[in-house]
Each structure stands twice: as structure tokens, then as C-alpha cells.
Design a protein around this ligand. Structure first.
Ligand SMILES: Nc1ncnc2c1ncn2[C@@H]1O[C@H](COP(=O)(O)OP(=O)(O)O)[C@@H](O)[C@H]1O
Ligand SMILES: [Mg+2]
Length: 289
């Protein structure tokens, strides 16, 4: 399903949280990458019809933001700070939320909940109280509840934040599978999330859109700009103040810097293959367009 966002602006009082954002999202897994305060949650909440924009429009298929009920019928949402009823079991939470979302048929609910809990690998834990679930399990339960209504569009807000690597990978795979046939918008500040599972992404910074396009083209922005430089250890402070340094590690008596520069930063410096993280840091640091 296609989502068209046009000149979307959101102000909280005088605070500009989204600044004239225009985006086209055409199915699959779409990444929304940006640091804290970028406006990711604000954008997702507006798409989810939980909040109105100050100005601008969104079309979801043939629906506009005014058609709340119709949008909510086709949309699933996993909020950033989703919490459950701690005394409920995994199964009870699902059943409760299914009832809340209007599913009246108990047989249908039972089948659907069983299928979803199996899908997120929580079926064995169906009787576990949610308060004792691990963070990763909670996130997977959040994913399952967002799918109760078979949404065509799924919004997930920082779903991998705070998870250990294994759970991050597991969650990414769940999203990938789901996005084969639907639209998923994944908000995250973790570069690896978009790197591994998104084809297209938008990068937000302080409410502004600073990149939109394919991941592949994003990496290209870093070509010819990321260097490996072997320098004296005592030059570390100077180099760090002159360039955006991504990392540095000792190498013998010297220091090996990975840094961003439009020109060769020193004798013997060699260009290296940029990573998405290099480019993201370069863009955020204002040294890469
Ligand atoms: N309810 C609110 N009232 C005032 N300012 C808010 C509110 N929600 C978010 N903001 C501000 O809007 C900006 C974007 O926030 P948010 O959408 O939560 O960004 P992100 O999810 O990328 O961290 C931030 O500067 C934040 O402080
Ligand atoms: Mg947020």
C-alpha cells in the first residue's frame, strides 16, 4: 500500500518537530532513521491518526487523514513505549486487545492468537505473566498484538532499541518476513536495522528530511570521503578537532584513524570503502551532504 506524505509540518507550541516533510513510501520495509528528537515518533503518530499535523497531508492508498476509522482498520502500530497489563498472561493480553479492537468471535480470536503467538515464537510462553517476560519477548508480543487485525500497514517505533543482538536479529527477521507482502515503516536510531532489512529509507534530523532514497545510493555518498590515516599518537587531539573521526585504534607506535574528509587528510592516507554508518555519522555531523 502506498503512503504519500506532503509538506507535513508539526509544531508543539512553538517547537517545530516536523518541518515540511514529503515522502513516498511504496510498500516493503521502509526505514525511518534518525537520532532522538528527530521527529520519528511524531511522524508515526500522525500516520497512525493519533495526532493531527499542524499542516500538510498524508494519503494512504485512497484514504486521507480525515478517514480515521478506515485508516485504523488497515493499520497496525507498535508504539515505542508499549506496555502491557503486568498481571495478564501473554495469551490474556492478546485476547484482551483483540476484543478491544472489535474481534467478537471467540473461535476466530483463538485461531488468530494461536497463529500469531506461534509466528513470534511465544506460543510456549502463552501462560507467562507479561511482567516477567524479557525485553525481547515483550517486543515480540508487541509485534503480535499489532498484527491482530491483519494490517496492510505496520508502524513500528524503535522496536530493536535496548534488545540484545540476538533479539535484534530475531526481530528484524520477523519484520522482513512480514514486509514481503505488506508495508512496514520501521523507525530506529540503530543504523544496522535499516542496513540489513530496508531497501529504502528516510533520514530525519531535528524535524528535517535530510535523505530519502535507496540504501545503496546512500552508501555512494561516502565514496571518496572515508579515509584510513596512520598518524602519530600525539596528533590524536589535532586530528579529532580537524576532522570528523569515526574511530581510532592503536597500531604499533602509531594510531590508525578512520575519518571523513573531502580531501586527503595527510600523507599516506588511504581511501576506504564507506559503510552506512560512516555516511550516517557524516551526515549527522554536517560534513557530508
Ligand atoms: N508532546 C510534546 N510536546 C512538546 N514537544 C514534544 C512533544 N513530543 C515530542 N516533542 C518534541 O518534538 C521533537 C521530536 O520528538 P519525537 O517525535 O519524539 O522524536 P523521536 O521519536 O525521533 O525521538 C523533540 O524535540 C521532542 O522534544
Ligand atoms: Mg521516538
Amino acid at each position: 500500500m502506498e503512503i504519500r506524505i506532503r509538506n507535513l509540518t508539526k509544531k508543539y507550541g512553538g517547537k517545530l518537530a516536523l518541518d515540511e516533510i514529503s515522502l513516498d513510501i511504496n510498500g516493503g520495509l521502509y526505514g525511518l532513521l534518525g537520532p532522538k528528537g528527530a521527529g520519528k515518533t511524531t511522524l508515526l503518530r500522525i500516520i497512525a491518526t493519533l495526532m493531527n499535523p499542524t499542516s500538510g497531508d498524508i494519503c494512504i492508498g485512497h484514504l486521507d487523514l480525515g478517514q480515521r476509522k478506515a485508516i485504523r482498520d488497515i493499520l497496525g502500530y507498535l508504539p515505542q513505549n508499549f506496555s502491557f497489563y503486568p498481571q495478564y498472561s501473554v495469551y490474556e493480553v492478546m485476547d484482551y486487545l483483540a476484543v478491544l479492537s472489535g474481534q467478537k468471535d471467540p473461535v476466530w480470536r483463538q485461531e488468530k492468537i494461536t497463529q500469531l503467538l506461534q509466528q513470534v515464537n511465544l506460543w510456549e510462553n502463552r501462560d507467562t505473566k507479561t511482567r516477567v517476560l524479557s525485553k525481547g519477548m515483550k517486543r515480540r508480543l508487541g509485534f503480535a498484538q499489532a498484527l491482530i487485525n491483519d494490517p496492510l500497514i505496520l508502524l513500528v517505533d524503535e522496536p530493536t532499541a535496548g534488545l540484545d543482538l540476538e533479539e535484534q536479529v530475531r526481530f528484524r527477521n520477523l519484520l522482513s518476513d512480514f514486509a514481503l507482502e505488506r508495508t512496514v515503516i520501521l523507525s530506529t536510531h540503530i543504523v544496522a536495522d535499516v542496513e540489513f532489512i530496508c531497501e529504502n529509507l528516510a533520514i530525519l534530523k531535528e524535524g528535517g528530511l535530510i535523505y530519502e532514497g535507496r540504501i545503496r545510493d546512500l552508501v555512494r555518498k561516502g565514496e571518496g570521503k572515508v579515509w584510513s590515516l596512520l598518524a602519530e599518537r600525539e596528533d590524536t587531539l589535532d586530528i579529532r578537532s580537524d576532522y570528523q573521526v569515526i574511530s581510532y585504534v592503536p597500531e604499533g607506535d602509531m594510531m590508525n584513524f578512520r575519518l571523513i574528509s573531502n580531501h586527503q587528510p595527510g600523507p599516506g592516507a588511504e581511501l576506504v570503502k564507506p559503510t552506512i554508518e560512516d555516511v550516517y555519522l557524516g551526515i549527522m555531523g554536517g560534513v557530508m551532504g
